[in-house]
Design a protein around this ligand. Structure first.
Ligand code: ZN
Length: 698
């Protein structure tokens, strides 16, 4: 419904990617597929090889024909596309987080392919994976199972034609019943989560579901149209002309729904969009067209519904009622039942089934997958590095909040910011304390029926969610979503580090210069930390409750600085289009402050080494194969985190659909605001990477 957590990477694009191209291409170094942490890397010989490999990798991405002071992204990433061409690999986009994801998937696939599970839960996971792979071999059985899915909720106009009776169909009753049983949120999403203003109790929320498509992005709706027509033909035998007509109706209906909601670009916060309403009042508002009390009874499966619920985006709710009144009922019915079967659709090219099933396993057993991989590959040294880095980065921000640099924030507000920072926690998502055996005890899966297995899983997820009505408090958007970058959750005031990020030698390694670790891990952690203080995060207190703790004067100053970023990034052009003129600058604020804080942490570490007279520090902080000093390496490693290659037809969509700037501007935007960068690269006064006027917040 809405996101309370943020991560450094582009989740939207990743999910689109998984939807269209679920398969990663094996293009990461083979050394990363090893099963055990490589302790043998301690030998001098291995150290040398590992350093040489990293230096070669950094060098291979550079385009040294470009002046770093003119376009640092092109300088650092100019040759990425030659080594990771999106088109050739059949991806919409290639980037470094994808390499991490593929490496993680390969590990998971190895585990899933082992004949026996270590315990009962692992065995269930392997049964699920096995049944998934079988779909390819028995498509007839699969299609029959697919038909049964929607038949539970009535007839489907696109298939049953004349047999379908509009008078027997109530859109909101169907939506409520489907959501109750299988948790699939269609048109109206109901959630039970922590109360936004007092997170010691739960509340019911109603709002728009996550739509499969964002409004107005032409290339994505074209792709969606093509795949939908294909699915209708392949799985339901609907011929192409008819399929195209129905698909157009479905997309137009969904687009109308999306347009009916508030525009996410206007920077409306949760505070602006949420309203607490009495169910009695709502019942009167929509009376015959949508009986909200009855709707809630069906969706929650409860005789008594709460007196008050949160409406997320009232504008959306009002439009839904209007749009449905204006849409032919058969279109609405087609839409609802088509949405309902979506989770079961297996759309994968021959030969890619195993990798696709790895993705599904991650999707439905996310926490357990993290736990399982963590148990097999954990490395205490890497973990210590993460926690140490967190402490160092936090200490830098702490002293900035105490010092003169942030004197535009008045003292009382700074005092509370410090309290919030102290209360912030960082975890590794290893789920070691979870009792998975108890969690999965009530679910029986077979080794040969994927659709039935999935149905059971979804049913179980839904009933667990409904138990929250009387159960313990659940944070909004509990971190069940699989990501490969750290995530900050505003409502819990904490940062979670995914297990996938702990894989060694992607960004930093034991024998690389520490500059690389600060520029990648340090920056990623600092970025998430700053989300607690960006234009959205600053509206939440140290306990994660929505509460204003900023004084008026500092708020005004904050706004002025935020506007500076808004203007700066809106001027950037990507694929001929200006970047969005977003009121919300959270990601740019986090990028800009994140790299500065990480750099400062690195400088502190370096000074400590120098004062302790640690021998060989200057040499160990550089690569003998590369002609860069340690500070230059820091900036190159930071920039190379964002190297990407995007297929040309997809560039516009990327620029307008994501709240994160495209990779090149994450580099150019934040480094051109950072004076130290241009000193390190000795940029001239008028260099594009060193403009006279710089935006700055933290
Ligand atoms: Zn972020």
């Amino acid at each position: 419904m809405f996101r309370s957590s943020k991560n450094a990477e582009c989740v939207i694009i990743l999910s689109i990617l998984l939807f269209l191209h679920p398969i990663g291409v094996d293009n990461a170094p083979a050394s990363n597929t090893t099963k055990e942490p490589m302790k043998s890397l301690d030998s001098e010989w291995a150290k040398d090889i590992s350093q040489q490999a990293k230096a070669a990798e950094i060098h291979a991405m550079l385009n040294t024909k470009v002046d770093p002071c003119i376009d640092f992204y092109q300088y650092a990433c100019g040759n990425w596309y030659r080594h990771h061409p999106a088109q050739l690999f059949n991806h919409l986009i290639t980037d470094r987080f994808q390499l991490i994801a593929s490496a993680f998937d390969r590990r998971l696939q190895l585990v899933l392919s082992e004949p026996r599970g270590h315990d009962v839960v692992e065995t269930k996971l392997k049964d699920f994976y096995h049944a998934c792979k079988l779909v390819e071999k028995d498509e007839v059985r699969y299609k029959v199972a697919l038909q049964r899915i929607y038949q539970e909720f009535g007839k489907l106009p696109m298939l049953d034609g004349e047999d379908w009776k509009s008078e027997e169909f109530s859109w909101w009753e169907s939506v409520a019943k489907i959501q109750h049983k299988y948790g699939k949120q269609i048109i109206l999403a109901v959630d039970i989560m922590a109360d936004i203003v007092n997170n010691t109790g739960n509340k019911v929320y109603i709002g728009p579901p996550d739509f499969s498509i964002s409004s107005g992005i032409k290339i994505l709706s074209t792709l969606q149209e093509i795949t939908t027509v294909q699915h209708m033909k392949r799985f339901f035998g609907i011929e192409e002309t008819k399929g195209t007509k129905i698909t157009k109706e479905l997309i137009a209906f969904e687009r109308a729904l999306v347009r009916g909601g508030s525009d996410s670009r206007k920077g409306l916060t949760l505070h602006d969009l949420l309203s607490l309403k009495s169910v009695g009042e709502l019942r009167k508002m929509y009376n015959e067209s949508l009986d909200l009390a009855k709707f809630l009874q069906l969706a929650l499966g409860a005789e008594r519904v709460p007196d008050y619920i949160y409406i997320y985006d009232e504008k959306y709710l009002n439009s839904v009622v209007k749009i449905i009144a204006e849409t032919p009922p058969h279109v609405v019915a087609n839409y609802i039942l088509w949405q309902m079967v979506q989770p079961y659709i297996v759309d994968v090219k021959k030969g890619n089934m195993a990798k696709w099933c790895v993705e599904r396993t991650k999707k439905y057993f996310g926490k357990f997958v993290d736990y399982m991989i963590y148990q097999r590959y954990k490395d205490p040294d890497v973990e210590k590095e993460v926690y140490d880095m967190w402490n160092e980065v936090r200490e830098v921000f702490r002293s900035e909040l105490r010092g003169n640099k942030l004197d535009w924030i008045i003292n009382s507000t700074r005092d509370y910011a410090l309290q919030k920072l102290d209360a912030m926690k960082l975890y590794i998502n290893s789920y070691e304390s979870e009792n998975f055996t108890a969690e999965y005890v009530d679910i029986e899966l077979t080794r040969n029926n994927y659709v039935e297995n999935l149905q059971k899983i979804l049913q179980r997820e839904s009933s667990r969610k409904l138990q929250r009505q009387n159960g313990p408090v659940v944070p909004l958007e509990a971190p069940e979503v699989f990501t490969f970058t750290p995530v900050y959750n505003v409502l819990e005031n904490n940062i979670k580090i995914p297990v996938a990020l702990l894989q060694p030698r992607y960004f930093w390694g034991a024998h690389y210069p520490q500059a690389l670790k600060y520029a990648t891990l340090g920056y990623l952690i600092a970025h998430e930390m700053v989300h607690g203080f960006d234009d959205d995060g600053r509206n939440y207190d140290k306990l994660g409750n929505l509460r204003n703790w900023w004084d008026e004067k500092s708020t005004y100053q904050f706004e002025e600085r935020r506007k500076c970023f808004q203007a700066q990034y809106h001027k950037y052009r990507y694929d001929g289009h200006q970047l969005r003129n977003d009121v919300s600058q959270a990601e740019n604020i986090a990028d800009n402050a994140g790299v500065k804080l990480a750099y400062e942490a690195y400088q502190r570490w370096l000074n400590a080494q120098r004062s302790a007279n640690v021998t060989g520090i200057e040499r160990s902080e550089t690569f003998s194969q590369l002609h860069f000093n340690n500070e230059q390496l820091f900036f190159i490693a930071f920039a190379q985190l964002w190297c990407d290659d995007v297929q040309s037809f997809f560039r516009t969509a990327l620029a307008i659909s994501d709240s994160h700037a495209p990779g090149m501007y994450r580099v150019i935007g934040s480094l051109s605001n950072f004076q130290e960068f241009s000193w390190v690269f000795k940029c001239g006064q008028d260099a594009p990477m060193d403009p006279e006027f710089k935006c700055s917040l933290y």
